[in-house]
Design a protein around this ligand. Structure first.
Ligand SMILES: [Fe+2]
Ligand SMILES: [Fe+2]
Length: 165
């Protein structure tokens, strides 16, 4: 990796994190009745997304869709098989929020992995991947195709916590 490629990777990671952090800050501002501040965070977050995607493209990190699916599957597989198991076994007994966050994410990554694998198989078979309805749990991220379940199978959240994507 050249110095610039390294810098692009670092900038991509930083801008990606800033995007999600600002969205979390916007949610907090909203809950405090600060709609104007919430919007300011969302405006900045949107710009950070533009930066992150530009850095990733300049790095050559966006290929054809079949390759992108393979890259996504590799990322999910790493998280399921190595990253989260190691992180979960390293949490201390009193670190409940961290353990819950890692455990739920790990379970959702298994669903992502399966969805991407099914999509790649269809793409390679020359079939169309249906443009269906999806709902995502706002508590744990679990994706549900077709309609939202009454109760999230991963975190137990009720149907009204699901957002249509
Ligand atoms: Fe995932
Ligand atoms: Fe959930």
């Amino acid at each position: 990796m050249s110095k610039t490629e390294e810098n692009l990777a670092t900038a991509f990671a930083g801008e990606s994190q800033a995007n999600r952090k600002y969205l979390a800050f916007a949610e907090k501002a909203e809950s405090e009745g600060q709609a104007g501040l919430a919007k300011l965070f969302r405006v900045a977050a949107e710009g950070e997304t533009v930066h992150a995607i530009n850095h990733l493209k300049a790095l050559g990190g966006v290929a054809e869709t079949a390759e992108n699916l393979k890259s996504a599957i590799a990322g999910e597989t790493y998280e399921i098989e190595k990253m989260y198991p190691e992180f979960i076994s390293a949490v201390e007994a009193d670190e409940t929020p961290a353990k819950l966050s890692f455990t739920r994410a790990e379970k959702v990554e298994e669903v992502h992995q399966k969805l991407f694998q099914e999509a790649l198989a269809k793409l390679e078979a020359g079939e169309i991947v249906a443009d269906g309805d999806y709902y995502v749990c706002s508590v744990c991220g679990f994706p549900s195709a077709g309609e939202a379940p009454e109760i999230c199978p991963i975190c137990g959240a009720l149907k009204d916590k699901f957002k249509e994507v």
